[in-house]
Design a protein around this ligand. Structure first.
Ligand code: ATP
Ligand code: MG
Ligand code: MG
Length: 549
């Protein structure tokens, strides 16, 4: 990878190592909530957490932040693990915040005993009413001065299931006048009689994020707990719990979350797209999920390269999806074999080439990679070419086919158009040409030069294929920032299905996940929906680079 200066997190880690903090040990964690599939934003966090650990001889834990029983599911746990491994990373330990429920409960009891937590019977509305505003202090809850004994009993009763949902909460006793709203006696536990995907019905109280997260970091002795910017105001509370409990001092650091244009990135919104059928699933190639990008044809290395290029900042910004496209295009240009596929076929007959005769032509698999070798492509007198490569009345600088115009057929001959036929609707049905036998590619003695080269397939040998062309899922740059329902900005043309493309027969042997460049058309990947007689291709990205560097 390229030489670059240290990012601010690398600088922090290097300073810590130099100062002997934690004996120079580096342990990071990636803490997904298993309530959806991972998206490209998570990839940034994964590359950062695992990348830092790798760079400084450390390790990374995978910790499922599964403290909210209602939205979580094992399907998500499995997909998250598969996606991290696909990206090329391996965690040191697989942990679950729910495994710490007993320990967290004991921490809470300890804080009660120290007079630093209390049970509050107020409703959510009552608590909100006393919270104050950023400019006015809050007011104490009438339950704030309960005795330690009473709090211990009530908290035990909460755990034992004596109260319905919402009847009571456990709050930290911090400071109702703090200028930081998060310090105004934040909630630590809520009552929720819900089945948990791992702990079943063992618990009916669940810890809030702020109480679970930092303590889980500390239990695992995480050295650098990296999260996104919106957690900056939570950091004093993160440190407060650790200090009051006197436990391992994990430290929290914040970086900007990744936002990409023309998509949404919150799992809640992505789930809506799936549940309401706007996409075919979490792995729909239009989704910004890792499973979507994988199916679309993105490689793990292209996503890692992208994460590296966007870097780590302390300021939120919207990244151009063109940069991600640039990364995969640059990689596939070096690695993808070139093949010919005709999206919108029109028949072309070469009257000068004997009917029924074939010729095997030599085709270069990848001009960027000599080791990719060559293949044979069958030529005959009846071909398919792209309908758009022929014009009945071509303008001056049209270097493709039209009456009287000449063009080169890739890997084959120069041909000249003599005539054409149309149907009653005015559509061209057949184009008639003659070829120059002495103009064969690699052995051209014709002395003729033509400006254009077009791709083709032999009609009798080609295979039919389905091709799926994708465009941006949303028609505005930042759908989440628009007024109204973000789904009203879905691009109605985000998927175009071509069901009768004609491709080189070699593509019948391609397996799901194989990647190709279709000459002049872009990079494509074989979809899992392919059947033995009919491959299905997803367009990963077009050939043209639209990203301004
Ligand atoms: P969402 O809003 O999509 O649900 P989340 O932050 O709630 O996101 P988590 O499963 O809690 O999702 O995220 C796991 C980790 O990934 C967290 O450390 C979080 O900071 C990080 N992360 C999530 N989204 C992004 C993003 N867009 N850019 C960078 N990191 C992210
Ligand atoms: Mg989260
Ligand atoms: Mg979330």
């Amino acid at each position: 990878s390229e030489e670059r200066s240290l990012n601010f997190l690398e600088q922090i880690v290097e300073d810590d190592i130099a100062n002997g903090v934690n004996g120079g040990r580096v342990l990071t964690r990636f803490p997904p909530e298993p309530n959806g599939y991972l998206h490209i934003g998570h990839a940034k966090s994964i590359c950062l957490n695992f990348g830092l650990a790798q760079k400084y001889n450390g390790q990374t834990n995978l910790r499922f932040d599964d403290t909210n029983p209602v939205t979580e599911d094992t399907e998500y746990v499995d997909s998250i693990k598969a996606d991290i491994q696909w990206l090329g990373f391996q965690w040191a330990n697989e942990f679950y915040a729910s495994d710490y429920f007993e320990q967290l409960y004991n921490f809470a009891v300890e804080l009660i005993k120290k007079g630093l937590a209390y049970v509050d019977d107020s409703t959510a509305a009552e608590i909100a009413a006393l919270k104050g505003t950023p400019t006015e202090p809050g007011k104490d809850s009438p339950y704030r001065n309960r005795s330690v004994e009473e709090n211990l009993q009530l908290f035990a009763d909460m755990r034992a299931g004596k109260y319905p949902d919402g009847a009571k909460v456990l709050r930290a006793k911090v400071d109702m006048a703090s200028p930081n709203m998060h310090m105004r006696d934040p909630l630590m536990y809520r009552i929720k009689h819900a089945h948990h995907h791992r702990t079943g019905d063992a618990w009916c109280i669940y810890p809030m994020y702020d109480f679970a997260h930092g303590q889980s970091d500390s239990i695992e002795q995480i050295t650098h707990s990296i999260c996104t910017l919106e957690f900056i105001p939570h950091r004093p509370l993160y440190d407060w719990f650790i200090e009051k409990l006197g436990i391992f001092p994990s430290r929290q650091y914040e970086f900007s979350r990744l936002s990409l244009n023309y998509t949404v990135m919150s799992k809640r919104k992505l789930l809506q797209l799936v549940n309401e059928g706007h996409v075919t699933g979490w792995d729909d190639p239009r989704m910004p999920t890792l499973s979507g990008y994988r199916r679309r044809g993105y490689t793990p290395s292209s996503i890692r390269t992208f994460a590296d290029r966007i870097g780590v900042q302390k300021r939120d910004n919207l990244i151009d999806v063109g940069l991600l496209e640039f990364c995969i295009r640059e990689e596939l240009n070096k690695t993808a074999n070139r093949v010919m596929a005709v999206m919108d076929p029109v028949k072309l007959v070469i009257t000068s080439f004997p009917e029924g005769q074939t010729e095997e032509l030599q085709a270069e698999n990848n001009p960027e990679d000599e080791s990719a070798g060559h293949r044979k492509v069958t030529f005959s007198n009846t071909l398919y070419i792209e309908r758009e490569d022929f014009m009945e009345n071509p303008p001056k600088k049209f270097f493709r086919l039209g009456p009287g115009l000449a063009v080169r057929l890739k890997y084959a001959y120069i041909i000249k158009c003599d005539s054409f036929e149309k149907d009653e609707a005015g559509n061209v049905t057949t184009i008639y040409c003659t070829h120059l036998p002495e103009s064969r590619s690699g052995a051209d003695n014709s002395g003729l030069t033509v400006k254009g080269t077009i791709h083709w397939v032999s009609a009798a040998h080609a295979a039919q294929a389905e091709v799926r062309l994708y465009d941006r899922l949303f028609s505005v740059e930042n759908p989440a920032a628009e007024e109204g329902d973000f789904k009203s900005f879905i691009n109605p043309n985000s998927l175009q299905v071509i069901s009768n493309a004609m491709v080189e027969p070699s593509l019948l042997e391609a397996k799901a996940g194989d990647r190709f460049q279709f000459l002049r058309k872009g990079y494509f990947c074989v979809d899992q929906d392919s059947t033995p007689g009919k491959p299905v291709f997803n367009r990963t990205v077009t050939l043209k680079d639209t990203w301004a560097k």
